[in-house]
Design a protein around this ligand. Structure first.
Ligand SMILES: [Fe+2]
Length: 172
């Protein structure tokens, strides 16, 4: 969480965001996984519908947002980012896109390091393109493995691809 928050702070600075905005970005980094190590079935009873139907490993997002809301946090963009960081959302504000990117690109993850370092470098100036590249990779890998796609991630993909020529899936 510290690495994600630090990366978000760096990007906010490089983008010239205000100090207040930088604090919001870093808060997303520090708080998004606050309940990741809790028993998912215990969290299930605490998250509002429709989140309570989600698979266990993604429940910590909405559970953390719900907990923060009850503690008096009313920053909706921040809460939405935390809630949906595990599944994606077409309704993310900049904090949501940045959180998803930072979560995937934080330097502690040891996979495809050159590719991830390059995206990390570009993210401050070209956040949406970087998120699109991450999502294309993740969705592509699910398709290759013949796995189902989450509707939230597909909606997010369609949002990020707006303006591209549309083709039906049956147009071969
Ligand atoms: Fe998470």
């Amino acid at each position: 969480m510290v690495r994600v928050a630090t990366l978000l702070g760096e990007w906010a600075t490089r983008r010239g965001e205000s100090e207040r905005e930088k604090i919001r970005w870093m808060a997303a980094g520090y708080l998004h996984d606050a309940l990741r190590d809790e028993d998912p079935e215990r969290l299930r009873g605490h998250v509002p519908a429709p989140f309570d139907e989600l698979p266990g490993k993604v429940l910590h997002g909405p559970a953390a947002a719900d907990f923060l809301r009850k503690e008096g946090v009313d920053d909706e963009e921040l809460l939405h980012a935390i809630s949906y960081h595990t599944v994606g959302s077409k309704d993310f504000g900049e904090i949501g896109f940045a959180l998803v990117a930072a979560d995937f690109l934080e330097p502690g993850r040891k996979m495809r390091e050159d590719w991830r370092a390059e995206l990390r470098e570009r993210a401050a100036g070209d956040l949406r393109e970087v998120v699109k590249e991450i999502l294309a990779d993740r969705l592509g890998s699910l398709l290759e493995r013949r796995r189902p796609l989450g509707l939230e991630a597909v909606d997010m993909w369609n949002l990020l691809s707006e303006g591209e020529p549309w083709a039906s899936a049956s147009e071969f």
